[in-house]
Ligand binder design. Structure first.
Ligand code: ASP
Length: 340
């Protein structure tokens, strides 16, 4: 009976669905922030705080001692891959399979499909959870559909990066003491960037009255479907190419890089990228117009969109932000395997 009433979240690409968390993490996939409600985020943050103390004590926990974790990445990564790996090891997981070069070194190169690879990994490892990063928008839903064990998205195409959104939210809570009533500017490649979409959904879930300023060139605008979704939940959205005109309003400026790898691999694609890069650069000079108690975030890696001279500013929180990823990913591994 409980199953009949269970909320599911549908892929925007096809009919695949994942179960909402709704108070019960154990045994579920985590593919989209839309699976969460405010109480789930509260629980996640509570467990993340416990994880902070495990790391602060420099002790390895044995929560995941009997758990096996496969971490499969088809796209480059420093932070997400590294922190999932570290998270598993801080929690005592001795059974891990960690492959960062799936596109180059797995049977994907021989033409194997994602469903076949996922089923193979399950069979050959007998592990309990799979973390997947993949360039296809639907990859998380697809992997979750075929896997018997929980699948966690470590970033899917241009659409979702749910664990990044949670660490972003945790950072905002940490730095500003709240995740609602905020004026949030998102700057850069809002068309191809997945972090801004997941964070936008997470913020509107926590605060239906969120105020967004989407800042960037016309060619890299936030897709209309996303803007519509935010507005339907009650958010107010301002779109502008002019950073300086909105900067004084902001509590958070979330900067993103232009996603070079998602431009067409043609002369025109390259020319477009060249014409857009370097158009917005956050410098100490630019930031004179911003409030003294606001924060500047970035999911990283940065290319040239924040000058290193700004790093010493107390509003620059992007290095602390990535550190939060360890605690959030530890918490998620524990919660999804029922070992919290
Ligand atoms: N690391 C983030 C991601 O995987 C941001 C980026 O690559 O620009 O989406």
């Amino acid at each position: 009976m409980a199953d009949m009433a269970e909320r599911v979240v549908q892929s925007p690409v096809n009919h695949f669905t994942v179960r909402a968390i709704d108070g019960q993490f154990a045994g579920k996939d985590f593919i989209s922030v839309d699976q969460l409600g405010p109480d789930d985020v509260t629980r996640l943050f509570e467990v993340a705080r416990n994880m902070e103390s495990i790391v602060a004590r420099r002790e390895t926990s044995d929560l995941l001692a009997k758990i096996g974790v496969a971490i499969l990445f088809y796209e480059p990564s420093t932070r997400t891959f590294g922190s999932f790996s570290a998270a598993a090891h801080w929690l005592g997981a001795s059974r891990t399979l960690e492959v960062q070069g799936m596109s180059a070194y797995s049977s994907a190169l021989k033409g194997e499909t994602l469903p076949d690879t996922i089923r193979s990994i399950e069979q050959i490892t007998a592990y309990d959870l799979i973390v997947l990063r993949h360039p296809e928008d639907n990859s998380g839903y697809e992997a979750a559909h075929y896997a018997k064990v929980p699948v966690v998205s470590g970033g899917a195409g241009t659409l979702e990066h749910p664990t990044q959104a949670m660490l972003d939210l945790y950072t905002i809570q940490h730095k500003l003491g709240r995740v609602s009533g905020l004026r949030v500017g998102m700057l850069g490649d809002l068309k191809n960037g997945r972090t801004v979409k997941s964070l936008g959904r997470a913020l509107t879930m926590m605060d239906p009255g969120a105020q967004f300023y989407f800042i960037g060139p016309e060619e890299l605008k936030m897709p209309e479907t996303e803007v519509h979704g935010f507005e339907q939940r009650g958010a107010r959205v301002v779109q502008t190419p002019d950073l300086q005109s909105v900067l004084p309003e902001l509590d958070v400026l979330y900067v993103t890089r232009i996603q070079k790898e998602r431009f067409p691999d043609t002369q025109e694609g390259q020319a477009l990228y060249d014409s857009l890069k370097g158009r917005y650069i956050v410098t100490p000079e630019v930031m004179k117009e911003a409030k003294p108690d606001m924060i500047v975030m970035h999911p990283l890696p940065r290319v040239d969109e924040i000058s290193p001279e700004f790093d010493a500013d107390r509003r620059a929180v992007y290095f602390d932000q990535m550190g939060m990823g360890l605690y959030i990913r530890m918490a998620l591994l524990a919660l999804l395997t029922g070992k919290d």
